[in-house]
Structure formats: C-alpha cells, structure tokens
Design a protein around this ligand. Sequence first.
Ligand SMILES: [Zn+2]
Length: 80
Amino acid sequence: MQNNKCPICNGNKEHSTTTFTVDLGTNLIVVRNTPATICTNCGEEWIDNTTSQQLEAIVNEAKTKNRMIEVIDFNLESVA
Ligand SMILES: [Zn+2]
C-alpha cells in the first residue's frame, strides 16, 4: 500500500508523467512522458527506481549522440 500524502506539504500525490531534464553543460537531454508521482499541491515529483534506471540508460545513450539538445520520448525508448 502506497502513502498518497506528500511528505512536504501533505497534499495529494497522483501518478502522472513529467518532463525529465538533464543539463550536462555542453548538451541538454530532455525526456518527455517520464512516469512520475506528482504532488497536486506543491508539484514535487518522485521517480521510482525502475524508472530512474531506464532514465539512466536513456541518458547514457543520448550522451553518445552528442547533440546540443536531445529530446526523447520515454515511452518510445522503453519499448526499444
Ligand atoms: Zn506537496
């Protein structure tokens, strides 16, 4: 059973998606549609372990492309 209260503001958390951004200085990696739990009150976001592992893999792959801005859709990447 999951705790649905935000530990910061005691607001309600809900499952949603967010845009995850990694700024590497020379390039920026943007992952859209990243699954996250988001507080509807203060907007704090939580990403679970499985998702962050997938994110790490996506970011590592994006780094090798070495583009200034790389925009990736989480859903498209995770099925690949
Ligand atoms: Zn909150």
